[in-house]
Design a protein around this ligand. Structure first.
Ligand SMILES: NC(=O)c1ccc[n+]([C@@H]2O[C@H](COP(=O)([O-])OP(=O)(O)OC[C@H]3O[C@@H](n4cnc5c(N)ncnc54)[C@H](O)[C@@H]3O)[C@@H](O)[C@H]2O)c1
Ligand SMILES: O=P(O)(O)OC[C@H](O)CO
Length: 330
């Protein structure tokens, strides 16, 4: 099958490599034509996935219409806050019968507070849609490290199609139907990873990290259920699985942001040192905070991370707030 990867970031590139391993024809589109030329010449994604040799079979296309033409699958791998702009460009070329959309980004759109499936429906209208998510750092997938993820779609045949396109001995794909639960697991764990990074940056120890992850998944499930996800999904790869990897991995950009905050750096300084590399949890914290208020969900960790990022709350005060909440049953 021809597959168009709509992003030139780390994750789109790693998934493109996996699809090429499986014998598919893959074209990579990105928003900066000069950077596509650089990748074509160097056979390396120097800015987002350095040190990984790109397969000769991976082609690059600066025109989104030509990239989508003849493709059966459109991989949405653009960071959430830029995705609407990419969907607007795609719209004139989008064929709802022919194109299956596969979201692999993890976030909540800040301005609209929409999940990615909701944003896609708003821009492109009725469509075939699936989401692929789980504990999967691009640095490891591109090096063919054994990885397991879930592909969820409201249409079981589309979830199975995604499974068949991606699955191989290094990349195990389960199917599911809870699109909202899978999307929320991937988005909310990034906020928890910022909290985990803060604990690491402050060298607080192992107890608080375990407590954070355990109470974090409980909070994610509580909010997720109120937003229409299934509780069980949060015990799976896209929930607890992704929470574990993002809260513990040296590759995580979200955990890195937290670590720098825990060391006392300011958010603008941290983000500018990351260049164009995206930590979705920073913006998702805003979306999640509003959605929690709308649903009435109790989300103490999200609230404190939101306050640290956007209300100038200092970190020791945030920890004190969490530890001095009223006593309650687990
Ligand atoms: N990196 C991973 O290991 C990984 C794994 C799973 C999911 N994800 C998710 O995939 C999504 C993409 O992350 P990534 O790691 O590939 O990104 P990245 O940080 O590697 O790259 C940033 C991307 O943003 C794009 N960009 C910058 N400005 C833009 C603009 N104005 N318009 C459109 N695009 C613009 C860049 O071209 C680049 O593709 C995120 O939602 C992330 O959470 C990442
Ligand atoms: O590097 P992060 O923090 O964006 O996390 C990447 C993936 O979502 C891990 O599954």
């Amino acid at each position: 099958m021809k597959i168009a990867v709509l992003s030139d970031g780390a994750w789109g590139t790693a998934l493109a490599m996996n699809l090429i391993d499986n014998g598919h024809e893959v074209v990579s589109w990105g928003p900066f034509p000069d950077y596509l030329d650089e990748m074509r010449e160097k056979r390396e994604n120097v800015r987002f996935l350095p040190g990984v040799k790109l397969p000769e079979a991976l082609s690059f296309e600066a025109d989104i219409g030509r990239a989508a033409d003849g493709a059966g699958l459109l991989l949405l791998a653009t960071p959430t806050q830029y995705l609407r702009g990419v969907l607007d460009k795609l719209k004139p070329h989008f064929d709802p019968q022919r194109h299956l959309l596969l979201d692999v980004a993890k976030g909540i759109e800040v301005d609209s507070r929409l999940l990615i499936s909701e944003m896609v429906r708003q821009v492109l209208g009725p469509n075939r849609y699936a989401v692929l998510s789980g504990p999967s750092h691009a640095e490891e997938v591109s090096r063919r490290v054994p990885t397991a993820v879930v592909a969820a779609s409201a249409n079981p045949a589309d979830a199975e199609l995604v499974q068949q396109l991606f699955i191989n001995d290094n990349f195990r794909v389960y199917t599911g139907s809870d699109v909202v639960g899978v999307e929320l697991g991937g988005a909310l764990k990034n906020v928890m990873a910022i909290a985990a990074g803060i604990i690491d940056g402050m060298k607080l120890g192992d107890n608080p990290k375990a407590a954070l992850m355990t109470r974090g998944i409980s909070e994610m499930g509580r909010l997720g259920e109120l937003l229409g996800g299934k509780a069980q999904t949060f015990s799976g790869l896209s929930g607890i699985g992704d929470l574990i990897v993002t809260c513990t991995s040296g590759h995580s950009r979200n955990r890195h942001v937290g670590e720098e905050l825990g060391r006392g750096k300011r958010l603008p300084e941290i983000l500018s040192s990351m260049g164009m590399v995206v930590a979705e949890g920073v913006t998702t914290a805003r979306g999640a905070y509003t959605l929690a208020r709308r649903t009435g969900a109790e989300t103490p960790i999200i609230d404190e991370i939101h306050a640290i990022l956007y209300e100038d709350r200092n970190v020791p005060d945030a920890i004190r707030n969490l530890m001095s909440r009223s006593a309650k049953p687990e």
